[in-house]
Design a binder for this molecule. Sequence first.
Ligand code: SAM
Length: 231
Amino acid sequence: MSRSPIEAPQHVLALLNKLHKLSIEQEDRIKGDKARFVSTDASLDDLMRDKFIALDEDKCHFVYQLIRAMGATSVIEAGTSFGVSTIYLALAVRENKKSRDGAKVKPGVIATENEPSKAARARQHWAQCGSEVEAEIDLREGNLLETLATDVEQGVDLLLLDIWTPLALPTVKVIQSKLRPGAVILTDHTLTAAAGYKELLDYFEAPDSGFHSLTLPYSGGFEMTVYNPRK
Ligand SMILES: C[S@@+](CC[C@H](N)C(=O)[O-])C[C@H]1O[C@@H](n2cnc3c(N)ncnc32)[C@H](O)[C@@H]1O
């Protein structure tokens, strides 16, 4: 990758670089099983229990840049795994808060993971980044449809959907009432997993849904959906 918009200490950039490499190596080894990503059965959870499946680096850079452009200070991540993309979310929110008087003292990123071993690895990675990253993340362990159902404040700026496809629409429905006008939902692999995302994309495209969607030409499709409900 030639240029990077990420503002972070060198040790954090080096860690991100290492984690992306490890994730890609793992993904190359399990490519044949990718079709199972649309499933929610126990075998998928077994297969993925020790896998990063981190969001691609170029997509992470885009998410970071978008959060900075939006001035977002309230971000939700559906699907955290070992916490790679979460580091970018925390770095971007932290930068936004620096330029804001009276920015909220609460963590700006809600992360979600239902595998305890993955949540533990994510916490280790964030600790390696340092307290500024750690302090920005509220990790909710358990089924995100339950952990996001309470204690989410109004005014969510951005929702990153990096989760098994059957959970995408239920997650949007849990969070929708908390989204601010102009909020953005980013969804990974909407082209390669189009069948799995059909219900979600139909929901976005329904007349008067308030959602306006565009597929960005990143690998596998990266959906950028803006929420502007009619008053
Ligand atoms: C694609 S990975 C997330 C990758 C992460 N965003 C990154 O870039 O490093 C999806 C994660 O969602 C988690 N997951 C699956 N079902 C879940 C649920 N019901 N609640 C919370 N997390 C869940 C899986 O364990 C998996 O680690």
